[in-house]
Design a protein around this ligand. Sequence first.
Ligand code: ATP
Length: 170
Amino acid sequence: YKVEEVDIVNLVRDNINQYRKEFIQSRIFPKFEYEEKLYKVTSDQKWLSIAVNQIIMNALKYTRMTEKEKKEIHFHLEEREECIFLHIQDNGIGIPKQDVKRVFEAFFTGVNGRKTREATGMGLYITKEICDCLHHSITVQSAEGEGTIFTIQFDKGEAYHHMMRKVTEL
Ligand code: ATP
């Protein structure tokens, strides 16, 4: 992994653009909300992008399956107490309660995964591994039939930068 300053607004925007065609074809509207300022996080651009991509692919896949009139994937950046949060929220089919705590397990596909042909159950496992390596935390909240929110948390403090430098020096 590299340790670099990543402009998270650009990264999210690039990732949304990458899926522009899928958004249009599926009639799912991406919405990106953040305050007009620079959001810099200490991360690795390439790997973080792979993680965000995976969340977007899932959001598209499990939002397409709903019959809802207005399908949306909402990206939201928020800065709070030395931390930056990236929320990726869809209004897709949601995850049943008994499955939510298992979505980061390897090969776990759950009830929803079984509804598709393309489920391997590895996507979120890899995403979580990447976040762990980059010292970001990733969490999920979901309500069946309503939608799902994935949140990646980036720490910003001096202690964190110091720790990241140490990791790369090892
Ligand atoms: P792939 O590895 O190809 O993405 P997958 O979707 O089965 O296949 P994960 O990405 O690891 O695997 O997701 C694990 C499971 O979590 C899925 O099978 C599905 O049940 C559930 N899931 C993940 N994201 C969402 C979402 N946005 N909405 C509803 N269910 C989801």
